[in-house]
Design a protein around this ligand. Structure first.
Ligand SMILES: Cc1cc2nc3c(=O)[nH]c(=O)nc-3n(C[C@H](O)[C@H](O)[C@H](O)COP(=O)(O)O)c2cc1C
Length: 260
């Protein structure tokens, strides 16, 4: 069993990139992906347990809340969390804190990968992709130093009741929105989308992806398609993708990534 476990959800790789960066500074860390039910839920031997995830629709992405509830942590373990968001933090950190009781938490704003809603460049404050990455690197350094020192946050993450409502509504919209997914002629039938989908919701028929209704709206298929052929409605065809440049599509399909 590793000394540290980081539970991480990531749709476009930015949170995974940050988790790897923190893990490499902590050493001896298992990063357990939460895109589907986590491979390891028994974390009772870990000294430090972390949670790194984005804000999606004002709340936690996918089934993260359910997965975090399944994780078993030793009573004396140090628990920390980092949330990435584009414009507002929502209620995700509060929910994680309610479940596990965080010792330390932190936040970082990034570009929005929700490109059916807005272009990722509409970040506030405006930053280039390179600056956004530099911010992730700086925050990873800050968090790992705090975690190593056993720092404790003075305040609890704020509750944000309104976002709990947004979270509820947003998660109910995925099955409807998936009907808007379509593929343009650039598709070469490589199957990356089918392999990367955390719900096995994409199947190839005659080398063309078809989409079922079990979608959690992670947009990994849209962001990581090597031909940028997958679209949601009319807006995304003109919008630049922004998967994390250091994360490969297949990294997201791993269940556990160990970092020494
Ligand atoms: C489906 C979806 C919903 C999102 N909802 C929010 C939101 O409600 N508020 C916000 O500030 N950012 C939102 N974002 C932006 C992400 O939190 C941000 O881009 C994050 O860096 C993505 O991390 P990832 O690459 O690890 O998935 C959303 C992104 C996606 C894909």
């Amino acid at each position: 069993m590793s000394e540290n476990i980081i539970y991480c959800y990531s749709g476009s790789g930015h949170c995974l990139n940050m988790a790897k960066s923190i893990a490499s500074r902590l050493g001896d860390t298992d990063i357990v992906l939460m895109r589907s039910f986590p491979e390891k839920t028994d974390a009772t031997e870990a000294k430090r347990v972390g949670f790194i995830f984005p804000c999606y629709g004002g709340g936690l992405p996918g089934h993260v809340e359910e997965y975090v509830r399944a994780v078993k942590i030793a009573p004396d373990a140090y628990k920390f969390a980092v949330e990435q968001f584009a414009g507002y933090m929502g209620c995700g950190l509060h929910k994680i804190d309610e479940i596990v009781g965080l010792d330390y938490w932190n936040l970082i704003s990034n570009h929005s990968t929700c490109i059916w809603l807005m272009p990722h460049t509409l970040s506030l404050p405006r930053t280039t992709k390179e600056e956004a990455q530099a911010r992730i690197d700086r925050k990873a350094m800050e968090v790992s130093a705090a975690v190593k020192a056993g720092k404790r946050s003075e305040k609890k993450p704020p509750k944000k009741k309104l976002f709990a409502l947004e979270d509820k509504v947003f998660s109910q919209m995925h099955p409807k929105r998936v009907k808007k997914f379509w593929v343009n002629d650039a598709c070469v039938g490589c199957g990356t989308c089918a392999r990367i989908c955390p719900r096995n919701n994409i199947t190839l028929q005659d080398k063309r992806p078809t989409f079922g209704t079990d979608c959690i709206g992670c947009l990994s298929c849209v962001q990581f398609c090597p031909k940028e052929a997958i679209n949601v409605g009319k807006t995304t065809e003109k919008r630049e993708r922004f998967p994390n440049p250091s994360v490969k599509a297949m990294d997201l399909t791993k269940k556990v990534i160990h970092i020494d």
